[in-house]
Design a protein around this ligand. Sequence first.
Ligand code: ADP
Ligand code: MG
Length: 558
Amino acid sequence: MTQETGGFAAFNLNPNILAAIIATGYEEPSAIQQQSIPIIMAGHDMIGQAQTGTGKTAAFALPILHRIDPAKREPQALILAPTRELALQVATAFETYSKQMPGVTVVAVYGGAPMGPQLKAIRNGAQIVVATPGRLCDHLRRDEKVLATVNHLVLDEADEMLKLGFMDDLEVIFKAMPATRQTVLFSATLPQSIRAIAERHLRDPQHVKIQTKTQTVTAIEQAHLLVHADQKTSAVLSLLEVEDFDALIMFVRTKQATLDLASALEAKGYKAAALNGDIAQNQRERVIDSLKDGRLDIVVATDVAARGLDVPRITHVFNVDMPYDPESYVHRIGRTGRAGREGRALLLVTPRERRMLQVIERVTGQKVAEVRLPDSQAVLDARIKKLTNSLAPLVADAEASHGELLDRLTADIGCTPRALAAALLRKATNGQALTLAAIEKERPLVPNNAPRGDRPDRSSSDRPDRGDRERRAPMPLAEGRARCRTALGARDGIAAKNLLGAILNEGGLAREAIGRIQVRDSFSLVELPEDGLERLLAKLKDTRVAGKQLKLRRYRED
Ligand code: ADP
Ligand code: MG
Protein backbone atom coordinates (compact mmCIF):
# COMPACT_ATOMS: atom_id res chain seq x y z
CA MET A 1 0.00 0.00 0.00
CA THR A 2 1.33 3.43 -0.84
CA GLN A 3 1.81 6.07 1.76
CA GLU A 4 -1.08 8.07 0.29
CA THR A 5 -3.77 5.45 0.57
CA GLY A 6 -2.69 5.51 4.19
CA GLY A 7 -4.97 8.53 4.25
CA PHE A 8 -8.01 6.32 3.72
CA ALA A 9 -6.54 3.34 5.53
CA ALA A 10 -6.37 5.37 8.74
CA PHE A 11 -10.17 5.36 9.02
CA ASN A 12 -10.21 1.60 9.58
CA LEU A 13 -13.02 1.15 7.13
CA ASN A 14 -14.12 -2.35 6.22
CA PRO A 15 -11.24 -3.69 4.03
CA ASN A 16 -13.62 -4.33 1.13
CA ILE A 17 -14.52 -0.66 1.09
CA LEU A 18 -10.87 0.38 1.26
CA ALA A 19 -10.11 -1.97 -1.63
CA ALA A 20 -12.84 -0.33 -3.70
CA ILE A 21 -11.49 3.14 -2.94
CA ILE A 22 -8.03 2.07 -4.03
CA ALA A 23 -9.48 0.54 -7.18
CA THR A 24 -11.31 3.80 -7.87
CA GLY A 25 -8.00 5.61 -7.70
CA TYR A 26 -8.65 8.00 -4.84
CA GLU A 27 -5.38 8.76 -3.15
CA GLU A 28 -6.37 10.63 -0.09
CA PRO A 29 -9.53 11.92 1.51
CA SER A 30 -10.73 15.42 0.73
CA ALA A 31 -11.19 17.81 3.65
CA ILE A 32 -14.88 17.07 4.13
CA GLN A 33 -14.16 13.33 3.96
CA GLN A 34 -11.33 13.60 6.43
CA GLN A 35 -13.58 15.23 8.97
CA SER A 36 -16.94 13.54 8.35
CA ILE A 37 -15.99 9.89 7.97
CA PRO A 38 -14.91 9.31 11.60
CA ILE A 39 -17.99 11.10 12.93
CA ILE A 40 -20.44 9.15 10.81
CA MET A 41 -18.59 5.88 11.44
CA ALA A 42 -18.98 6.49 15.15
CA GLY A 43 -22.74 6.77 14.72
CA HIS A 44 -23.15 10.46 15.47
CA ASP A 45 -25.61 12.77 13.83
CA MET A 46 -23.85 15.39 11.75
CA ILE A 47 -24.31 18.60 9.83
CA GLY A 48 -21.79 19.04 7.03
CA GLN A 49 -21.37 22.28 5.19
CA ALA A 50 -19.28 22.28 2.03
CA GLN A 51 -19.48 23.44 -1.54
CA THR A 52 -20.16 21.38 -4.63
CA GLY A 53 -17.29 19.24 -5.78
CA THR A 54 -15.70 18.79 -2.37
CA GLY A 55 -16.39 15.04 -2.30
CA LYS A 56 -19.45 14.92 -0.07
CA THR A 57 -20.82 11.71 -1.56
CA ALA A 58 -17.93 9.58 -0.38
CA ALA A 59 -17.92 11.51 2.89
CA PHE A 60 -21.21 9.84 3.80
CA ALA A 61 -21.28 6.80 1.50
CA LEU A 62 -18.09 5.20 2.86
CA PRO A 63 -18.98 5.30 6.58
CA ILE A 64 -22.56 4.27 5.85
CA LEU A 65 -21.43 1.26 3.86
CA HIS A 66 -19.17 0.46 6.77
CA ARG A 67 -22.09 0.53 9.17
CA ILE A 68 -24.64 -1.52 7.32
CA ASP A 69 -24.96 -5.27 7.68
CA PRO A 70 -24.71 -6.88 4.22
CA ALA A 71 -26.18 -10.10 5.61
CA LYS A 72 -29.46 -8.40 6.43
CA ARG A 73 -31.57 -8.14 3.31
CA GLU A 74 -33.61 -5.06 4.20
CA PRO A 75 -33.31 -1.31 3.70
CA GLN A 76 -30.81 0.09 6.21
CA ALA A 77 -29.78 3.43 4.81
CA LEU A 78 -31.78 6.08 3.01
CA ILE A 79 -30.15 8.90 1.08
CA LEU A 80 -32.37 11.72 -0.06
CA ALA A 81 -31.26 13.88 -2.98
CA PRO A 82 -33.08 16.77 -4.65
CA THR A 83 -33.21 15.54 -8.24
CA ARG A 84 -33.32 12.35 -10.21
CA GLU A 85 -29.93 13.12 -11.69
CA LEU A 86 -28.30 13.61 -8.30
CA ALA A 87 -30.01 10.52 -6.91
CA LEU A 88 -28.62 8.47 -9.78
CA GLN A 89 -25.16 9.90 -9.24
CA VAL A 90 -25.23 9.03 -5.56
CA ALA A 91 -26.55 5.54 -6.30
CA THR A 92 -23.76 4.99 -8.81
CA ALA A 93 -21.20 6.15 -6.27
CA PHE A 94 -22.57 3.68 -3.71
CA GLU A 95 -22.34 0.93 -6.30
CA THR A 96 -18.73 1.83 -7.00
CA TYR A 97 -17.72 1.92 -3.36
CA SER A 98 -19.55 -1.33 -2.54
CA LYS A 99 -18.27 -3.24 -5.57
CA GLN A 100 -16.23 -5.58 -3.38
CA MET A 101 -18.93 -6.05 -0.74
CA PRO A 102 -20.84 -9.16 -1.72
CA GLY A 103 -24.56 -8.99 -1.04
CA VAL A 104 -24.87 -5.21 -0.93
CA THR A 105 -27.41 -3.77 -3.33
CA VAL A 106 -28.45 -0.24 -4.04
CA VAL A 107 -31.76 0.98 -5.42
CA ALA A 108 -32.48 4.40 -6.89
CA VAL A 109 -36.02 5.66 -6.39
CA TYR A 110 -37.14 8.65 -8.45
CA GLY A 111 -40.04 9.92 -10.46
CA GLY A 112 -40.57 9.36 -14.16
CA ALA A 113 -39.87 5.63 -13.92
CA PRO A 114 -42.39 2.92 -13.03
CA MET A 115 -42.87 2.41 -9.29
CA GLY A 116 -43.27 -1.37 -9.39
CA PRO A 117 -39.64 -2.34 -10.05
CA GLN A 118 -38.42 0.21 -7.48
CA LEU A 119 -40.64 -1.21 -4.78
CA LYS A 120 -39.68 -4.72 -5.78
CA ALA A 121 -35.97 -3.89 -5.46
CA ILE A 122 -36.60 -2.49 -1.99
CA ARG A 123 -38.54 -5.56 -0.94
CA ASN A 124 -35.90 -7.83 -2.45
CA GLY A 125 -33.50 -6.59 0.16
CA ALA A 126 -31.61 -3.58 -1.16
CA GLN A 127 -29.77 -2.21 1.86
CA ILE A 128 -29.20 1.24 0.37
CA VAL A 129 -32.08 3.32 -0.95
CA VAL A 130 -31.26 6.54 -2.76
CA ALA A 131 -34.39 8.57 -3.42
CA THR A 132 -35.92 11.87 -4.33
CA PRO A 133 -38.36 12.92 -1.58
CA GLY A 134 -41.41 13.20 -3.84
CA ARG A 135 -41.25 9.72 -5.26
CA LEU A 136 -40.35 8.19 -1.92
CA CYS A 137 -43.53 9.68 -0.46
CA ASP A 138 -45.51 8.05 -3.26
CA HIS A 139 -44.06 4.74 -2.11
CA LEU A 140 -44.86 5.51 1.50
CA ARG A 141 -48.45 6.07 0.53
CA ARG A 142 -48.56 2.57 -0.92
CA ASP A 143 -46.64 0.95 1.89
CA GLU A 144 -46.07 2.95 5.05
CA LYS A 145 -43.64 0.33 6.36
CA VAL A 146 -40.98 0.58 3.62
CA LEU A 147 -38.68 2.68 5.79
CA ALA A 148 -39.32 0.87 9.06
CA THR A 149 -35.90 -0.79 9.12
CA VAL A 150 -33.84 2.20 7.99
CA ASN A 151 -31.46 3.39 10.67
CA HIS A 152 -29.25 5.76 8.69
CA LEU A 153 -30.64 8.80 6.93
CA VAL A 154 -28.65 11.24 4.79
CA LEU A 155 -30.08 14.47 3.46
CA ASP A 156 -27.80 15.38 0.58
CA GLU A 157 -27.96 18.95 -0.72
CA ALA A 158 -30.56 19.78 1.89
CA ASP A 159 -30.76 23.44 0.85
CA GLU A 160 -31.60 22.41 -2.70
CA MET A 161 -34.33 20.06 -1.47
CA LEU A 162 -35.98 22.88 0.43
CA LYS A 163 -35.68 25.20 -2.55
CA LEU A 164 -37.51 22.61 -4.61
CA GLY A 165 -40.35 22.59 -2.08
CA PHE A 166 -39.74 19.19 -0.47
CA MET A 167 -40.23 20.42 3.09
CA ASP A 168 -43.55 18.63 3.61
CA ASP A 169 -42.32 15.45 2.01
CA LEU A 170 -39.31 15.46 4.31
CA GLU A 171 -41.57 15.66 7.35
CA VAL A 172 -43.55 12.66 6.11
CA ILE A 173 -40.32 10.72 5.57
CA PHE A 174 -38.90 11.59 9.00
CA LYS A 175 -42.06 10.23 10.62
CA ALA A 176 -41.87 6.96 8.70
CA MET A 177 -38.44 6.13 10.11
CA PRO A 178 -37.31 4.88 13.50
CA ALA A 179 -36.62 7.76 15.89
CA THR A 180 -33.38 6.04 16.92
CA ARG A 181 -31.86 6.38 13.48
CA GLN A 182 -28.66 8.25 12.67
CA THR A 183 -29.26 11.42 10.66
CA VAL A 184 -26.67 13.24 8.60
CA LEU A 185 -27.36 16.45 6.74
CA PHE A 186 -25.19 17.96 4.00
CA SER A 187 -25.77 21.38 2.60
CA ALA A 188 -23.78 24.06 0.80
CA THR A 189 -25.55 26.75 2.81
CA LEU A 190 -27.26 26.68 6.21
CA PRO A 191 -30.25 29.01 6.03
CA GLN A 192 -32.64 29.24 8.96
CA SER A 193 -35.00 26.66 7.43
CA ILE A 194 -32.22 24.05 7.47
CA ARG A 195 -31.20 24.91 11.01
CA ALA A 196 -34.82 24.43 12.04
CA ILE A 197 -34.92 20.95 10.52
CA ALA A 198 -31.66 20.07 12.24
CA GLU A 199 -33.03 21.35 15.52
CA ARG A 200 -36.09 19.15 15.30
CA HIS A 201 -34.77 16.00 13.68
CA LEU A 202 -31.09 15.62 14.52
CA ARG A 203 -29.81 14.51 17.90
CA ASP A 204 -26.85 16.36 19.27
CA PRO A 205 -25.32 16.80 15.82
CA GLN A 206 -21.64 17.47 15.30
CA HIS A 207 -20.79 20.26 12.89
CA VAL A 208 -18.30 20.05 10.08
CA LYS A 209 -17.67 23.09 8.00
CA ILE A 210 -15.14 23.35 5.24
CA GLN A 211 -13.97 26.92 5.40
CA THR A 212 -13.54 28.98 2.33
CA LYS A 213 -11.14 31.70 3.39
CA THR A 214 -10.02 34.47 1.13
CA GLN A 215 -6.67 33.76 -0.45
CA THR A 216 -4.39 35.95 -2.45
CA VAL A 217 -3.09 35.01 -5.81
CA THR A 218 -0.51 37.21 -7.42
CA ALA A 219 1.40 37.29 -10.66
CA ILE A 220 -0.69 34.49 -12.09
CA GLU A 221 -2.94 35.06 -15.03
CA GLN A 222 -6.01 32.91 -14.61
CA ALA A 223 -8.49 31.69 -17.18
CA HIS A 224 -11.13 29.03 -17.51
CA LEU A 225 -12.54 27.05 -20.38
CA LEU A 226 -15.98 25.46 -20.44
CA VAL A 227 -15.79 21.92 -21.72
CA HIS A 228 -17.68 18.67 -21.47
CA ALA A 229 -16.02 16.03 -19.36
CA ASP A 230 -15.46 13.65 -22.26
CA GLN A 231 -13.72 16.32 -24.31
CA LYS A 232 -11.10 17.27 -21.79
CA THR A 233 -8.22 15.45 -23.44
CA SER A 234 -8.80 16.96 -26.85
CA ALA A 235 -9.31 20.38 -25.26
CA VAL A 236 -5.98 20.05 -23.47
CA LEU A 237 -4.26 19.07 -26.72
CA SER A 238 -5.73 22.09 -28.50
CA LEU A 239 -4.71 24.46 -25.74
CA LEU A 240 -1.16 23.15 -25.74
CA GLU A 241 -0.86 24.07 -29.40
CA VAL A 242 -1.19 27.76 -28.69
CA GLU A 243 0.08 28.17 -25.14
CA ASP A 244 3.66 29.29 -25.06
CA PHE A 245 4.91 27.25 -22.14
CA ASP A 246 8.21 26.22 -20.72
CA ALA A 247 7.22 23.53 -18.26
CA LEU A 248 3.67 22.70 -17.33
CA ILE A 249 1.89 20.80 -14.61
CA MET A 250 -1.58 19.35 -15.10
CA PHE A 251 -3.78 18.36 -12.20
CA VAL A 252 -6.30 15.52 -12.32
CA ARG A 253 -8.19 13.66 -9.63
CA THR A 254 -7.21 10.05 -10.00
CA LYS A 255 -4.17 7.91 -10.62
CA GLN A 256 -5.77 6.46 -13.69
CA ALA A 257 -6.31 9.94 -15.08
CA THR A 258 -2.63 10.79 -14.59
CA LEU A 259 -1.68 7.72 -16.61
CA ASP A 260 -4.30 8.22 -19.33
CA LEU A 261 -3.56 11.87 -19.90
CA ALA A 262 0.22 11.45 -19.75
CA SER A 263 0.11 8.75 -22.40
CA ALA A 264 -2.22 10.82 -24.59
CA LEU A 265 0.33 13.63 -24.39
CA GLU A 266 3.25 11.34 -25.11
CA ALA A 267 1.41 9.98 -28.12
CA LYS A 268 1.29 13.55 -29.46
CA GLY A 269 5.03 13.90 -29.01
CA TYR A 270 5.12 15.84 -25.76
CA LYS A 271 7.69 14.95 -23.15
CA ALA A 272 5.20 14.07 -20.45
CA ALA A 273 5.02 11.83 -17.40
CA ALA A 274 2.51 10.88 -14.73
CA LEU A 275 3.04 11.58 -11.06
CA ASN A 276 0.75 9.83 -8.60
CA GLY A 277 0.81 8.16 -5.24
CA ASP A 278 1.68 4.77 -6.71
CA ILE A 279 4.97 6.03 -8.00
CA ALA A 280 7.87 5.12 -5.75
CA GLN A 281 9.82 7.87 -4.08
CA ASN A 282 13.00 7.48 -6.13
CA GLN A 283 11.03 7.40 -9.36
CA ARG A 284 9.15 10.49 -8.24
CA GLU A 285 12.42 12.32 -7.68
CA ARG A 286 13.57 11.30 -11.12
CA VAL A 287 10.41 12.74 -12.67
CA ILE A 288 10.84 16.02 -10.83
CA ASP A 289 14.52 16.26 -11.77
CA SER A 290 13.60 15.62 -15.39
CA LEU A 291 11.04 18.39 -15.26
CA LYS A 292 13.64 20.69 -13.76
CA ASP A 293 16.28 20.08 -16.41
CA GLY A 294 13.97 19.89 -19.42
CA ARG A 295 14.02 16.18 -20.16
CA LEU A 296 10.31 16.45 -19.36
CA ASP A 297 8.04 19.38 -20.13
CA ILE A 298 4.72 18.20 -18.74
CA VAL A 299 3.86 16.38 -15.55
CA VAL A 300 0.33 15.11 -14.97
CA ALA A 301 -0.23 14.84 -11.24
CA THR A 302 -2.73 14.32 -8.49
CA ASP A 303 -2.78 16.85 -5.67
CA VAL A 304 -1.05 14.51 -3.27
CA ALA A 305 1.73 13.58 -5.64
CA ALA A 306 2.46 17.21 -6.48
CA ARG A 307 2.76 18.21 -2.86
CA GLY A 308 5.91 20.19 -2.23
CA LEU A 309 6.80 20.24 -5.89
CA ASP A 310 8.82 23.36 -6.61
CA VAL A 311 10.15 23.73 -10.13
CA PRO A 312 10.96 27.27 -11.27
CA ARG A 313 10.63 26.30 -14.94
CA ILE A 314 6.88 25.83 -14.55
CA THR A 315 5.11 28.56 -16.48
CA HIS A 316 1.67 26.96 -16.68
CA VAL A 317 -0.76 25.05 -14.51
CA PHE A 318 -3.68 23.27 -16.15
CA ASN A 319 -6.46 22.29 -13.76
CA VAL A 320 -7.84 19.54 -15.94
CA ASP A 321 -10.07 18.27 -13.14
CA MET A 322 -11.64 20.71 -10.74
CA PRO A 323 -9.90 20.97 -7.34
CA TYR A 324 -11.98 20.00 -4.30
CA ASP A 325 -11.90 23.42 -2.73
CA PRO A 326 -10.64 26.91 -3.38
CA GLU A 327 -7.65 26.37 -1.09
CA SER A 328 -6.35 23.53 -3.16
CA TYR A 329 -6.97 25.61 -6.29
CA VAL A 330 -4.77 28.33 -4.86
CA HIS A 331 -2.23 25.72 -3.88
CA ARG A 332 -2.17 24.20 -7.33
CA ILE A 333 -1.76 27.43 -9.24
CA GLY A 334 0.94 28.50 -6.79
CA ARG A 335 3.17 25.96 -8.59
CA THR A 336 3.71 28.57 -11.26
CA GLY A 337 4.66 32.21 -10.97
CA ARG A 338 7.60 31.17 -8.81
CA ALA A 339 10.50 33.49 -8.14
CA GLY A 340 8.62 36.52 -9.35
CA ARG A 341 8.06 35.04 -12.81
CA GLU A 342 4.77 35.31 -14.56
CA GLY A 343 2.58 32.28 -14.54
CA ARG A 344 -0.57 31.23 -16.23
CA ALA A 345 -3.30 29.00 -14.82
CA LEU A 346 -6.07 27.38 -16.82
CA LEU A 347 -9.10 25.70 -15.33
CA LEU A 348 -11.33 23.31 -17.25
CA VAL A 349 -14.92 23.62 -16.07
CA THR A 350 -17.72 21.24 -16.99
CA PRO A 351 -21.24 22.66 -17.07
CA ARG A 352 -22.16 21.30 -13.68
CA GLU A 353 -19.01 22.66 -12.06
CA ARG A 354 -19.75 26.29 -12.77
CA ARG A 355 -20.81 26.90 -9.21
CA MET A 356 -17.38 25.86 -7.99
CA LEU A 357 -15.86 28.36 -10.40
CA GLN A 358 -17.89 31.12 -8.78
CA VAL A 359 -16.72 30.03 -5.35
CA ILE A 360 -13.12 30.14 -6.54
CA GLU A 361 -13.62 33.63 -7.90
CA ARG A 362 -15.19 34.76 -4.66
CA VAL A 363 -12.54 33.25 -2.46
CA THR A 364 -9.60 34.45 -4.50
CA GLY A 365 -11.26 37.79 -5.08
CA GLN A 366 -10.35 37.60 -8.74
CA LYS A 367 -12.21 37.08 -11.93
CA VAL A 368 -11.14 33.97 -13.79
CA ALA A 369 -11.66 35.07 -17.39
CA GLU A 370 -13.27 32.75 -19.88
CA VAL A 371 -11.24 31.60 -22.86
CA ARG A 372 -12.34 29.60 -25.86
CA LEU A 373 -10.53 26.83 -27.61
CA PRO A 374 -8.17 28.13 -30.28
CA ASP A 375 -9.61 27.99 -33.77
CA SER A 376 -7.78 26.34 -36.65
CA GLN A 377 -6.22 29.61 -37.75
CA ALA A 378 -4.73 30.13 -34.30
CA VAL A 379 -3.38 26.58 -34.30
CA LEU A 380 -1.86 27.10 -37.73
CA ASP A 381 -0.27 30.39 -36.69
CA ALA A 382 1.17 28.76 -33.58
CA ARG A 383 2.59 25.83 -35.52
CA ILE A 384 4.19 28.10 -38.08
CA LYS A 385 5.62 30.27 -35.36
CA LYS A 386 7.19 27.24 -33.69
CA LEU A 387 8.60 26.09 -36.98
CA THR A 388 9.99 29.54 -37.68
CA ASN A 389 11.58 29.66 -34.25
CA SER A 390 13.19 26.28 -34.67
CA LEU A 391 14.54 26.96 -38.17
CA ALA A 392 15.64 30.57 -37.81
CA PRO A 393 18.77 29.83 -35.77
CA LEU A 394 19.85 27.17 -38.29
CA VAL A 395 19.85 29.49 -41.27
CA ALA A 396 22.86 31.56 -40.25
CA ASP A 397 25.65 29.09 -41.02
CA ALA A 398 23.79 26.53 -43.09
CA GLU A 399 24.66 28.07 -46.42
CA ALA A 400 28.36 27.92 -45.66
CA SER A 401 28.22 24.26 -44.72
CA HIS A 402 25.52 22.94 -47.05
CA GLY A 403 25.21 25.56 -49.82
CA GLU A 404 27.33 23.64 -52.27
CA LEU A 405 25.48 20.45 -51.60
CA LEU A 406 22.24 22.29 -52.34
CA ASP A 407 23.56 23.47 -55.68
CA ARG A 408 24.63 20.00 -56.57
CA LEU A 409 21.35 18.38 -55.52
CA THR A 410 19.17 20.84 -57.40
CA ALA A 411 21.30 20.25 -60.47
CA ASP A 412 21.20 16.46 -60.10
CA ILE A 413 17.47 16.33 -59.42
CA GLY A 414 16.78 19.06 -61.92
CA CYS A 415 14.58 21.11 -59.60
CA THR A 416 14.50 24.64 -58.22
CA PRO A 417 15.91 25.41 -54.76
CA ARG A 418 12.32 26.25 -53.74
CA ALA A 419 11.12 22.77 -54.69
CA LEU A 420 13.95 21.14 -52.79
CA ALA A 421 13.43 23.35 -49.74
CA ALA A 422 9.73 22.44 -49.79
CA ALA A 423 10.56 18.75 -49.92
CA LEU A 424 12.97 19.11 -47.01
CA LEU A 425 10.30 20.99 -45.04
CA ARG A 426 7.81 18.26 -45.62
CA LYS A 427 10.32 15.71 -44.40
CA ALA A 428 11.32 17.78 -41.38
CA THR A 429 7.74 18.41 -40.25
CA ASN A 430 6.95 14.77 -40.42
CA GLY A 431 3.44 14.90 -41.79
CA GLN A 432 2.28 17.62 -39.41
CA ALA A 433 -0.75 19.52 -40.70
CA LEU A 434 0.44 22.95 -41.75
CA THR A 435 -2.44 24.28 -43.81
CA LEU A 436 -5.84 25.39 -42.60
CA ALA A 437 -7.60 22.63 -44.47
CA ALA A 438 -5.32 19.94 -43.08
CA ILE A 439 -5.72 21.22 -39.52
CA GLU A 440 -9.47 21.36 -39.77
CA LYS A 441 -9.49 17.77 -40.87
CA GLU A 442 -7.39 16.51 -37.98
CA ARG A 443 -9.13 18.39 -35.16
CA PRO A 444 -11.99 16.61 -33.47
CA LEU A 445 -13.36 19.70 -31.75
CA VAL A 446 -15.02 22.62 -33.40
CA PRO A 447 -13.62 25.49 -31.40
CA ASN A 448 -15.34 28.66 -30.30
CA ASN A 449 -18.39 26.68 -29.61
CA ALA A 450 -17.75 25.50 -26.10
CA PRO A 451 -20.75 24.20 -24.18
CA ARG A 452 -22.79 27.06 -22.86
CA GLY A 453 -24.95 25.01 -20.59
CA ASP A 454 -26.15 21.55 -19.78
CA ARG A 455 -28.38 21.72 -22.82
CA PRO A 456 -26.71 22.01 -26.15
CA ASP A 457 -27.62 24.88 -28.39
CA ARG A 458 -29.64 23.43 -31.18
CA SER A 459 -29.56 26.41 -33.46
CA SER A 460 -26.04 25.43 -34.46
CA SER A 461 -27.08 21.93 -35.37
CA ASP A 462 -27.27 22.26 -39.10
CA ARG A 463 -23.87 20.93 -39.93
CA PRO A 464 -24.18 17.39 -41.23
CA ASP A 465 -22.33 17.19 -44.48
CA ARG A 466 -24.80 16.45 -47.20
CA GLY A 467 -22.10 15.45 -49.63
CA ASP A 468 -21.44 12.40 -47.49
CA ARG A 469 -24.75 10.87 -48.34
CA GLU A 470 -23.49 10.14 -51.82
CA ARG A 471 -20.09 8.87 -50.81
CA ARG A 472 -19.96 5.15 -50.27
CA ALA A 473 -16.62 4.46 -48.64
CA PRO A 474 -16.54 5.38 -44.96
CA MET A 475 -14.41 8.43 -44.30
CA PRO A 476 -11.35 8.04 -42.07
CA LEU A 477 -12.29 8.59 -38.44
CA ALA A 478 -10.96 11.56 -36.53
CA GLU A 479 -8.92 10.64 -33.49
CA GLY A 480 -10.94 9.90 -30.39
CA ARG A 481 -14.06 9.07 -32.31
CA ALA A 482 -15.93 5.85 -32.85
CA ARG A 483 -18.31 5.14 -35.68
CA CYS A 484 -21.76 3.90 -34.72
CA ARG A 485 -24.49 2.46 -36.82
CA THR A 486 -28.25 2.39 -36.69
CA ALA A 487 -30.52 0.39 -38.95
CA LEU A 488 -32.62 3.50 -39.53
CA GLY A 489 -31.96 5.20 -42.84
CA ALA A 490 -33.46 7.40 -45.54
CA ARG A 491 -36.12 4.85 -46.34
CA ASP A 492 -37.36 5.16 -42.76
CA GLY A 493 -37.82 8.86 -43.36
CA ILE A 494 -34.70 9.75 -41.41
CA ALA A 495 -32.60 12.82 -42.11
CA ALA A 496 -29.29 13.69 -40.48
CA LYS A 497 -30.90 16.42 -38.43
CA ASN A 498 -33.33 13.93 -36.84
CA LEU A 499 -30.44 11.76 -35.68
CA LEU A 500 -28.52 14.78 -34.48
CA GLY A 501 -31.49 16.14 -32.54
CA ALA A 502 -32.18 12.81 -30.86
CA ILE A 503 -28.56 12.26 -29.85
CA LEU A 504 -28.15 15.80 -28.56
CA ASN A 505 -31.34 15.64 -26.53
CA GLU A 506 -31.11 12.17 -25.09
CA GLY A 507 -27.35 11.82 -24.93
CA GLY A 508 -26.72 15.20 -23.34
CA LEU A 509 -23.76 15.78 -25.65
CA ALA A 510 -22.58 19.08 -27.02
CA ARG A 511 -22.91 19.61 -30.73
CA GLU A 512 -19.13 19.56 -31.13
CA ALA A 513 -18.98 16.07 -29.67
CA ILE A 514 -20.84 14.61 -32.60
CA GLY A 515 -18.91 14.14 -35.80
CA ARG A 516 -20.08 13.31 -39.27
CA ILE A 517 -23.52 11.84 -39.75
CA GLN A 518 -24.08 9.79 -42.90
CA VAL A 519 -27.60 8.73 -43.78
CA ARG A 520 -27.81 5.90 -46.28
CA ASP A 521 -30.88 4.24 -47.62
CA SER A 522 -31.14 1.39 -45.13
CA PHE A 523 -28.83 2.52 -42.35
CA SER A 524 -26.95 5.51 -40.98
CA LEU A 525 -23.51 6.10 -39.50
CA VAL A 526 -22.75 8.58 -36.76
CA GLU A 527 -19.36 9.53 -35.33
CA LEU A 528 -19.36 9.81 -31.56
CA PRO A 529 -16.69 10.38 -28.91
CA GLU A 530 -14.85 7.15 -28.09
CA ASP A 531 -14.41 8.37 -24.55
CA GLY A 532 -17.53 7.40 -22.62
CA LEU A 533 -19.08 5.67 -25.62
CA GLU A 534 -20.50 2.68 -23.74
CA ARG A 535 -22.21 5.00 -21.27
CA LEU A 536 -23.61 7.11 -24.07
CA LEU A 537 -24.97 4.11 -25.95
CA ALA A 538 -26.59 2.87 -22.73
CA LYS A 539 -28.22 6.29 -22.32
CA LEU A 540 -29.55 6.15 -25.86
CA LYS A 541 -30.87 2.63 -25.40
CA ASP A 542 -34.54 3.55 -25.52
CA THR A 543 -34.31 6.54 -27.82
CA ARG A 544 -36.75 6.65 -30.71
CA VAL A 545 -36.41 8.60 -33.92
CA ALA A 546 -39.31 9.07 -36.30
CA GLY A 547 -41.26 6.64 -34.14
CA LYS A 548 -38.68 3.87 -34.42
CA GLN A 549 -36.09 2.55 -32.01
CA LEU A 550 -32.69 4.06 -32.77
CA LYS A 551 -30.67 1.03 -31.54
CA LEU A 552 -27.29 2.67 -32.07
CA ARG A 553 -24.33 0.26 -31.95
CA ARG A 554 -20.61 0.51 -32.41
CA TYR A 555 -19.81 -0.17 -36.04
CA ARG A 556 -16.75 -2.06 -37.12
CA GLU A 557 -15.57 -1.62 -40.67
CA ASP A 558 -14.12 -5.06 -41.23
P1 ADP B 1 -19.97 16.95 -3.98
O1 ADP B 1 -21.10 16.04 -3.62
O2 ADP B 1 -19.31 17.57 -2.80
O3 ADP B 1 -20.35 17.97 -5.02
P2 ADP B 1 -18.90 14.60 -5.20
O4 ADP B 1 -19.06 13.68 -4.07
O5 ADP B 1 -19.88 14.52 -6.31
O6 ADP B 1 -18.82 16.10 -4.67
O7 ADP B 1 -17.41 14.41 -5.75
C1 ADP B 1 -16.93 15.12 -6.86
C2 ADP B 1 -15.95 14.28 -7.65
O8 ADP B 1 -14.77 14.05 -6.89
C3 ADP B 1 -16.47 12.92 -8.01
O9 ADP B 1 -16.13 12.68 -9.36
C4 ADP B 1 -15.74 11.97 -7.10
O10 ADP B 1 -15.56 10.71 -7.71
C5 ADP B 1 -14.42 12.67 -6.89
N1 ADP B 1 -13.81 12.39 -5.59
C6 ADP B 1 -14.41 12.42 -4.39
N2 ADP B 1 -13.54 12.14 -3.41
C7 ADP B 1 -12.34 11.93 -3.99
C8 ADP B 1 -11.02 11.61 -3.50
N3 ADP B 1 -10.79 11.45 -2.21
N4 ADP B 1 -10.04 11.46 -4.40
C9 ADP B 1 -10.29 11.63 -5.73
N5 ADP B 1 -11.49 11.93 -6.26
C10 ADP B 1 -12.51 12.08 -5.41
MG1 MG C 1 -23.06 15.93 -3.99
